[in-house]
Write a protein that binds this ligand. Sequence first.
Ligand code: NAD
Ligand code: MG
Ligand code: MG
Ligand code: MG
Ligand code: MG
Length: 331
Amino acid sequence: MAELFYEDDADLSIIQGRKVAVIGYGSQGHAHALSLRDSGVDVRVGLKPESKSRAAAEEAGLRVTTAAEAAAEADVIMILVPDPVQADVYEADIAPNLKAGDALFFGHGLNIRYGFIKPPADVDVCMVAPKGPGHLVRRQYEEGRGVPCIVAVEQDATGKAFDLALSYAKGIGGTKAGVIKTTFTEETETDLFGEQAVLCGGTAALVKAGFETLVEAGYQPEIAYFECMHELKLIVDLMYEGGLEKMRWSVSETAEWGDYVTGPRIITDATKAEMKQVLAEIQDGTFANTWIAEYKAGLPKYNEYKKADSDHLLETTGRELRKLMSWVKEA
Ligand code: NAD
Ligand code: MG
Ligand code: MG
Ligand code: MG
Ligand code: MG
């Protein structure tokens, strides 16, 4: 079973005694910087001078400087820029400003797990990753609650890295909900697998295939959209609240019977074999290397895939239908 840590297990004064640099002010960066600040921590935000996020951070009362200056001032450096640019920011701005005993923090383990960033042996290397999007992390903190976090130590140069990471997690509200101990390897590989096989990739492909099957059989796209896409939220909400059990309790017995007999015909042994192959390519670094190469090449295939799905009948139908549903907010 996982090891769990709560409020009493973490000492907030540890992080309050450090100087923290949050590099990046996006989804996670704004939540970490503001909540640490509100927890009495000395925080500065590191951004590119021309960054669009600069005004927002300053308006929120944070001190903003360059990534290099922030890293030089601080002794805890949290890297919350997009994963594919972290290695460049690290080389240019952070590595030259690392001192023995400093701590390098991450919100996701990709760059450490696959060796794109190789920190020196005399710094702590930790991860604090909230299990929710940054805006939820911040909102929960403001409401006096927290989002569960996972915490890991890759390198314990000071012998105190784990207590420091727990203290950081407390500063963003994580220990109010509970903190689970993991490793960079476990977090990175399960995060990539989850988003590819189930959450994003698997679900998007399932929705598209279902929609296409109905439309190709002559049913109206609008009806297919409601059945294969729109109603997914209702089902997922039930699963989120009470597992498969609550979903099956809420749907009709007919739907429940269809779930049991048809689900395994859709996600078959062949699908699971492919999932194992996907996991193997995550574990051996194939996925990470391909993705970073694609990013460095200027995202040619990424843009092609994005455009193809944006023009898909599922999406063009959805854009029109959502206008009829005033309660569905377009993000
Ligand atoms: P984001 O895209 O929302 O924000 C990135 C920020 O970095 C922006 O403020 C951008 O201006 C800044 N930035 C970009 N290039 C920069 C540079 N060269 N120098 C300085 N600043 C630069 O990113 P995010 O989604 O918050 O992701 C940050 C990290 O958190 C990633 O490691 C990600 O895997 C992890 N994470 C994100 C979420 C999430 O909810 N989005 C959840 C868990 C973990
Ligand atoms: Mg994830
Ligand atoms: Mg991820
Ligand atoms: Mg129905
Ligand atoms: Mg039922």
